[in-house]
Ligand binder design. Structure first.
Ligand SMILES: [Zn+2]
Length: 86
């Protein structure tokens, strides 16, 4: 009868490994989303407010909840206009 327990242990171990893999895969997918978001941000070199090209934009949420990338000049005015830094 000992072999039945051996099989049970193997089946349990396989189930655990599968569950762990599913969890890990989910985590990896979420990480991928973060990566693609970072890539998109890096590509944005145009100010959403004045349309000027800039080497660096700061991301803000406007009062309506829309995300905008602002150049240095617009950034200084953003706080007064109710924009929230992200
Ligand atoms: Zn601007």
């Amino acid at each position: 009868m000992g072999w039945i327990w051996g099989v049970a242990v193997v089946v349990a171990a396989l189930a655990l490994a599968l569950a762990a893999r599913t969890l890990l895969a989910g985590r990896r997918a979420r990480g991928g989303n973060v990566m693609s978001m970072k890539k998109q941000r890096g590509k944005t070199t145009r100010c959403s407010h004045c349309g000027r090209k800039t080497d660096k934009v700061a991301f803000y949420a406007d009062p309506g909840g829309k995300v905008v990338g602002l150049c240095r000049e617009c950034k200084t005015k953003a706080a007064k206009n109710g924009f929230l830094p992200i």
